[in-house]
Design a protein around this ligand. Structure first.
Ligand SMILES: NC(=O)c1ccc[n+]([C@@H]2O[C@H](COP(=O)([O-])OP(=O)(O)OC[C@H]3O[C@@H](n4cnc5c(N)ncnc54)[C@H](O)[C@@H]3O)[C@@H](O)[C@H]2O)c1
Length: 248
């Protein structure tokens, strides 16, 4: 039985992870962390990382960047592998995560869905083949999402940019520029509203024709399932920085 600590346990994703752990024979929650807690659980939930008493086998983090940084310190001090699924990190925070992975196993992915990671491969291949097309990414999420663009839009953009030898610039929402679209640009646009769990479209706009690829999530259970698969995987790894490519 793998003992899990869920960071951000009272959030939408924390609750999904808890449901799946409770339905699993391989995992058990030993504790949780959340800034706000008014629920009763059969295990302790702390509002502060410094109060944690149990040492888990693995940590699953779906919270906010500040909370991820705190739990990462705990993970490092106690030599615990950590899955970081939170999004919206600054470059400095991403660097802290990278440094931590020299000491403990760290799995970070802005999207725990298997299909979206397949999509990242497909759009990279298409970008090379459709080299005269303009590329735009549109992402839609529920009204409560804090960060924009989504971590997934960045996964897709980075995958395309890698395939195109890192020569693309990212243009966010296009409101601040009054100029013709340059060729070496990926436009990234964020829509927020309603209860949409997550929808990503990559558009290849060519001469008189457009190819669009869309991925739509209808349940957060997809991400929780991916996080548990990542936990099974990470549990056996040595220190290093892992992502969905390692899992697939
Ligand atoms: N990687 C993926 O596949 C994936 C999928 C869905 C969501 N996400 C990301 O996961 C994160 C959480 O998403 P959500 O929809 O569950 O959000 P949410 O707002 O519902 O949950 C976040 C939780 O973190 C808690 N929190 C806030 N500050 C804290 C602190 N300082 N210490 C401890 N806990 C704190 C909040 O109280 C809340 O319960 C977001 O960054 C989101 O973008 C990633």
């Amino acid at each position: 039985m793998i003992k899990v600590l869920i960071n951000g346990i009272n959030g939408r994703m924390g609750q999904e992870v808890l449901t799946q752990v409770n339905n699993s024979e391989d995992f058990k929650v030993c504790s949780g962390v959340d800034k706000y807690n008014n629920k009763d659980y059969p295990f302790p939930v702390y509002d502060n990382v410094s109060s944690i008493k149990e040492i888990p086998d693995v940590i699953i983090d779906f919270s906010v960047p500040e909370a991820s940084m705190n739990i990462l310190e705990f993970a490092k001090s106690n030599n615990v592998p950590i899955i970081i699924a939170t999004t919206g990190f600054s470059d400095e925070q991403l660097n802290i995560i990278k440094e931590a992975s020299k000491i403990i196993p760290v799995f970070r992915s802005g999207n725990m869905s298997y299909e979206i990671n397949i999509m990242a491969d497909i759009v990279a291949k298409l970008a090379k083949q459709l080299n005269n097309s303009d590329i735009e990414i549109i992402e839609t999420h529920h009204r409560n999402k804090l960060d924009a663009p989504s971590g997934t839009a960045l996964i897709l953009a980075d995958s395309i940019n890698d395939a195109l030898d890192d020569k693309m610039e990212y243009q966010y929402n296009r409101h601040s520029v009054r100029q013709k679209r340059p060729d070496n640009e990926i436009g990234i646009h964020s829509i927020r509203g309603g209860t949409e769990v997550g929808k990503h479209t990559v558009m290849f706009l060519g001469e008189n024709e457009t190819l669009e690829i869309t991925h739509t999530v209808t349940s957060r259970s997809i991400f929780a399932n991916g996080a548990l698969k990542a936990a099974q995987f990470l549990f056996k790894q040595k220190n290093g920085l892992y992502n969905m490519k390692d899992l697939i």
